[in-house]
Design a protein around this ligand. Structure first.
Ligand code: UD1
Ligand code: CA
Length: 462
């Protein structure tokens, strides 16, 4: 590689009118991450000297979104007040780029571009002053077309709106991704005018200017054509989502995850899944989620910002959010682990059980229809069907503490704050309002009576 520093310019100032949205286009999301985030993350892999994001429309929102990443990094923002075209946008970034740099120009609405493709573009700067990433596509409508001279050398780019009928038949399109030597780029850009259909300063015009100046120009193609799919409306956004999901699924499968149907999984965020884990259909896995090895995830599960250890079994229709599930635990079907749920190893949570801000220790079981919230439960405790920790008095939340080897019978209400000591038994149907001592049986329910000869009410005739 040459020693010239690499500067990346990302165009992100446009409104994206075709999205019909109050949100700037570049903040719309693919796989739970903004379009701009995809392009920035890919750019960072090239380890550039600096990334210049050209912002304009909705710039406060955009800058705010990336404040954390920008802090102390090579990411900077340049404001383009009026969106006068892609050439004008690049012009705004140029003053901050040294003369000996290679400039890689990306657009935030082409988020599927991959690092390897970009790397080749940068490498081509050793022998060329301008490289355009192009693709041959079936339907080039709306895109800039690559024109070539008699010797097939690139001679320019013509936008759809300015193209002749003959030029519209060209199927080689401009991806919008262009790499150039800064020294030459400033010279070309200073010559770009806005005498075209849209009265914009087109970045694409530099190609013809460079061609006429005799600069060495080349074109490269992406490894996969769909890397250069642009997103201008929500139909294209949805298409990009599918392509990206297939890519993620393929990567996971190559790394040892079994995905029952790769077209029916959605990964949104920073998700890692270990080998020999099986994911059944229609699961949505979001946020910062780590899933270990040998985990089984049944159909229709939603897992958000959680840690799932090795060997866990999650049965169908389970929702897990901001929770930790220890090794070999079992959860579901139809369970809901809400934020702050921490399951140790070997815990069993069954159907229609909800937990929130609850710590459950090794070997504990809550198998049916219970609510365990603001609670701490010791080892090997059994919580029967329909047990409720009554944690909320209408104004404040209170804690329930349950020791180890406790047996809570079915249909009990534990009125917090309350503590049940180790080894205690709570009889079914009890409402527990005060602490239960170690090893005792606590029972609080009406004595059973029998009324002989009981007559059931009969329906009255009208
Ligand atoms: C652009 C290219 C076209 C190419 C297509 C590929 C030009 C003139 N045309 O067309 O050849 O085939 O991309 O997807 O370059 N932007 C700014 N400031 C502006 C205008 C645009 O920052 O003043 C940004 C937009 O936010 C967007 C990018 O530049 O991220 C491209 O602009 P857009 O209007 O989408 O260009 P296309 O019509 O798609
Ligand atoms: Ca576009």
């Amino acid at each position: 590689m040459s020693n010239n520093p690499l500067h990346v310019v990302i165009l992100a100032a446009g409104k994206g009118s075709r999205m019909h949205s109050n949100t700037p286009k570049v903040l719309h999301k693919v796989a739970g991450r903004t379009l701009l985030d995809h392009v920035i993350t890919t750019s960072l892999e090239l380890e550039p000297a600096q990334i210049h994001v050209v912002v304009g429309h909705g710039k406060e929102l955009v800058i705010d979104e990336f404040a954390d990443i920008a802090n102390g990094s090579s990411l900077t923002f340049v404001t383009q007040k009026e969106q006068l075209g892609t050439g004008d946008a690049v012009n705004h970034a140029l003053p901050n780029i040294p003369a000996n740099a290679n400039v890689l120009m990306l657009t935030a609405d082409v988020p599927l571009i991959q690092t390897n493709t970009l790397r080749q573009l940068v490498e081509s700067m050793q022998s060329h002053t301008l490289t355009v990433l192009t693709a041959i596509v079936e339907n080039p409508f709306g895109l800039g077309r690559i024109t070539r001279d008699e010797s097939q050398a690139v001679s320019g780019i013509v936008e759809e709106k300015d193209a002749s009928a003959e030029q519209k038949r060209i199927t080689e399109i401009n991806s919008g991704i262009i790499c150039a030597r800064k020294s030459r780029l400033s010279d070309w850009l200073s010559q770009v005018g806005n005498n075209n259909n849209q009265q914009e300063y087109y970045l694409t015009d530099v190609v013809e200017i460079a061609y006429k100046a005799g600069d060495p120009i080349t074109t490269l193609q992406p490894h996969e054509n769909d890397e250069v799919n642009g997103i201008n409306d929500r139909v294209q956004l949805a298409a990009a989502e599918r392509i990206y999901q297939q890519r993620l699924a393929a990567q996971l499968m190559r790394d040892g995850v079994t995905i029952i149907d790769p077209s029916r999984i959605d990964i949104r965020g920073l998700v890692s899944i270990g080998a020999d884990t099986i994911v059944d259909v229609n699961c949505v896995i979001e946020g910062k989620t780590q899933i270990g090895n040998n985990v089984q995830i049944g159909p229709n599960c939603h897992i958000i910002n959680s840690e799932i250890a090795d060997g866990v079994q999650i049965y169908a229709n389970t929702v897990i959010e901001n929770a930790v599930v220890g090794a070999r635990s079992q959860v579901g079907p139809f369970a809901r682990l809400r934020p702050g749920s921490k399951l140790a190893d070997g815990v069993k949570i069954g159907n229609f059980v909800e937990t929130k801000n609850a710590q459950l220790s090794f070997g504990t079981k809550v198998n049916h229809l219970s609510y365990v919230g603001d609670a701490k439960v010791g080892e090997n405790t059994n919580i029967g069907a329909g047990v409720i920790t009554c944690n909320y008095d209408g104004a404040n939340k209170h804690k329930t503490e349950i020791g180890k080897d406790v047996f809570v019978g079915s249909d009990c209400q534990l009125i917090a704050p309350v503590k049940i000591e180790d080894g205690a038994t709570v009889a079914a149907g009890s409402t527990i309002t005060s602490n239960v001592a170690e090893g005792v049986l606590a029972i609080s329910r009406g004595k059973q009576r029998e009324i002989k000869g009981w007559q059931r009410p009969v329906k009255k005739n009208k």
